[in-house]
Design a protein around this ligand. Structure first.
Ligand code: C2E
Ligand code: MG
Ligand code: MG
Ligand code: MG
Length: 285
């Protein structure tokens, strides 16, 4: 509640119309305000993408980047996705926001490709609503065409739970994306619920081990077992493995030693804006 109150207090400064009701709790107020602000932010293009490198575990070169959305609010503060994605999802605003993200990620990838980083893959997170939307396939196809990018340079990240909603329909849609050459990754693997039989049916290319399993990999033998078993499972299914949340060189060495293909985390870089990513690419592409 402390931060709802803070959010509300902050918002008072930029709106003359205030409406207080004892029945409306702070969470509901915050949600309404947030939804309103998100709508305005979309109209004023106040979202920007940061990029986090994905590093090949053997060569230590950058093989991909994950696009992560940030919101620059009217006070020029950066709001992280954890604070607004859920409300964007519940209000349906994730659909236009998600389209902006795909378009901007492809626009930026075009620039990097033109600079010669031609093997770089751009990973974009999808939300459940986007995956269910009837427009997704057409939008992605049109956006790839617009920026002259082959499907194989785009990776879409989904989660296990998104597919469990309606496995049949989702898998059909994922197949269509795969048939466009697009790579598909399961994000936060191990934290959602999905059956191994569904996993086997999914036309995916990689699993991303959730960072909660990576965090204590050096000290917690259960976490190490989960990571090594996930790597073995993925490889036996013909999939690549990405480890998220790699923060230390010990975690890097342990994961690389167990055959993890790609590493992502603060050890290499936090998500950074496009200009800072340019500098990273120049030294480690
Ligand atoms: P995610 O897709 O699992 O992204 C990884 C998150 O972990 C990012 O947080 C990233 O900054 C953070 N991270 C990366 N390396 C490390 C590390 O070494 N240590 C720690 N502690 N954290 C690390 P971020 O950017 O706040 O994004 C949070 C989540 O918001 C994402 O999780 C993703 O689910 C969602 N998200 C971000 N951008 C988008 C988007 O454009 N669309 C949708 N639908 N969801 C998005
Ligand atoms: Mg992700
Ligand atoms: Mg993740
Ligand atoms: Mg996630």
């Amino acid at each position: 509640h402390a931060d709802s109150a803070m959010y509300h207090a902050k918002s008072q400064g930029r709106n003359n119309v205030q409406f207080f009701s004892p029945e409306l709790d702070l969470f509901a107020m915050r949600r309404m305000r947030m939804e309103h602000d998100l709508r305005e932010a979309l109209a004023s293009r106040s979202f920007e993408l940061h990029y986090q490198p994905q590093v090949d575990a053997r060569s230590r070169t950058i093989v991909g980047v994950e696009a992560l959305v940030r919101w620059r609010n009217s006070a020029r503060e950066t709001i992280m996705p954890g604070e607004f994605i859920e409300i964007a999802e519940q209000s349906g605003l994730i659909l236009p926001l998600g389209e902006c993200v795909i378009d901007e990620a492809c626009r930026q990838l075009r620039i990097w490709r033109d600079q010669g980083y031609t093997a770089l893959r751009m990973a974009v997170n999808l939300s459940a609503l986007q995956l269910r939307s009837a427009n997704l396939l057409d939008f992605v196809a049109a956006t790839l065409l617009k920026h002259e990018i082959g499907g194989e340079h785009l990776e879409l990240e989904i989660t296990e739970s998104m597919v469990m909603d309606n496995p049949g329909a989702c898998i059909a849609k994922l197949r269509a994306l795969r048939d466009m050459g697009i790579h598909l990754a399961i994000d936060d693997f191990g934290t959602g619920y999905s059956s191994l039989s569904n996993l086997r049916l999914m036309p995916i290319h990689s699993l991303k081990i959730d960072r909660s399993f990576v965090r204590n990999i050096e000290s917690d033998s259960d976490d190490l077992v989960i990571c090594t078993a996930t790597i073995a499972l993925a490889h036996n299914l013909g999939l690549k493995v990405v480890a998220e949340g790699v923060e230390t060189s010990a975690q890097r060495d342990l994961l690389a030693g167990h055959g993890c293909d790609v590493l992502q985390g603060y050890l290499f870089s936090k998500p950074v804006d496009a200009a800072a990513m340019d500098a990273l690419l120049a030294v480690s592409y």
